[in-house]
Design a protein around this ligand. Structure first.
Ligand SMILES: *Cc1c(COP(=O)(O)O)cnc(C)c1O
Length: 390
């Protein structure tokens, strides 16, 4: 039975709690082992050893080399450094100013691309996507130009859960000699990562999506790829990200990524069974309901829907009151009725696109939580439809 006074958290795509095993390895680096890794003395060298060990571990887990891992302040910062840094680097190296990206990127990419266009005179082109939000590698191939600086396509979408054919897109870019970046911030929690197999030159991750701390990320930068730093100052992180490294958080990121990648085969079947149970019940029991995103090529923990004629914000508030913490999937805030860019990109019509619901499962989810949600969801949808004129 679901306890009414306890919120059931179903928003693991927004953030995850820190795994206690991760917290354990972080703690000494706040207090006893507090040195600055750039210092020459003993305490500095202890911190530096932890930093470099974390770097080697992250590199091993992603299939790269230690010197190809740059630690950053979050997933957003990794995306900024990749897109802005590579665009600037490629323009300087070979006067390339065409940037190719998709309409279903996280705002960390979308708004960065927009700024590159508006203030830095880059030519930003948006690839088409199908009804599930997938990019077709052949469309990438057809859109490449001699002056393409880089291609950036999200690995797995945060809003609708769709997984892109990254390996094939990477192969197209590799063949044309064009840099390829992927935002793997959601994907790294659930899918095996390998930058070589996936033909990726730049790859972003952020720890708090895989049971690590908030405020720390990493960017894989293939050796030889020229990028220009976004944040200038000291020579930390191979001159690509100035600022004293956040050693405890970096240690936490490495441990969390290790656990996520080692345990994903354990979690994926468990999560996807609960996800499929939820999707089946919603589509069966709620009229005028649709799944958004790909039916099979989707994150194992991710279910997302639209309900015709329903206000998504009201839906979230009523679910919250009923004890369930879910999301609309977009960064849409209360009082901002602008429909999501991603739902518009996949062609969801206006009668439907305000009624979005994202339910993302995680380590704390139990099968009875899904049934508990389904005890209340159909009634809430029905009430919202009769009460409001959307
Ligand atoms: C959460 C997220 C980001 C941003 O990561 P932060 O660490 O929160 O800055 C970027 N891309 C995707 C796909 C995400 O899900």
């Amino acid at each position: 039975m679901v306890e009414l006074n306890k919120k059931i958290y179903m928003d693991y795509a927004a953030t995850t709690p820190v795994d206690p095993r991760v917290l354990d390895v972080m703690l000494p680096y706040f207090t006893e082992l507090f040195g600055n890794p750039s210092s020459v003395h003993g305490p500095g060298q202890v911190a530096d050893a932890a930093l470099e060990s974390a770097r080697r571990n992250v590199a091993d887990l992603l299939g790269g080399r230690a010197e190809e891992i740059v630690f950053t302040g979050c997933g957003t910062e990794s995306d900024n450094l990749a897109l802005r840094g590579a665009a600037m680097g490629q323009r300087r190296a070979r006067n390339a100013y065409h940037v190719l990206t998709s309409p279903v990127e996280h705002h960390a990419i979308l708004h960065t691309a927009r700024q590159l266009e508006e203030y830095y005179s880059f030519d930003v082109e948006t690839l088409p996507v199908d009804q599930f939000g997938r990019v077709d590698p052949q469309d990438v191939k057809a859109s490449l130009r001699p002056n393409t600086a880089l291609v950036s396509v999200i690995y797995a979408n945060n809003e609708i859960g769709t997984i892109n054919p990254i390996r094939e897109i990477g192969a197209v870019c590799r063949e044309a000699g064009v840099l390829f970046h992927t935002d793997a911030v959601q994907a790294a929690a659930h899918l095996p990562m390998n930058v070589h197999l996936d033909n990726v030159d730049l790859l972003s991750i952020g720890a708090h999506k895989f049971y690590g701390p908030k405020g720390v990320g990493a960017l894989y930068v293939r050796r030889g790829v020229e990028i220009i730093p976004v944040q200038t100052g000291g020579g930390q992180e191979f001159n690509l990200r100035a600022g004293t490294q956040n050693v405890p958080y970096i240690v936490g990121l490495a441990e969390a990524l290790k656990l996520a990648q080692l345990e994903l085969n354990q979690w994926a079947p468990r999560l996807s069974a609960m996800r499929d149970h939820l999707i089946g019940r919603v589509l069966e029991e709620i009229p005028q309901a649709r799944l958004t995103g790909h039916p099979s090529e989707r994150l194992p923990n991710h279910a997302s829907f639209v309900f015709k004629g329903v206000d998504g914000n009201q839906l979230l508030m009523m679910l919250d009151a009923a004890g369930f913490a879910c999301s609309s999937g977009s960064a849409c805030k209360v009082g901002n009725p602008k429909p999501s860019d991603v739902l518009e990109a996949i062609g969801v019509s206006t009668a439907w696109n305000k009624g979005s619901l994202r339910v993302t499962l995680g380590h704390g989810t139990l099968p009875e939580h899904i049934d508990g949600l389904m005890d209340v969801l159909p009634g809430i949808i029905e009430r919202l439809r009769t009460l409001s004129v959307v």
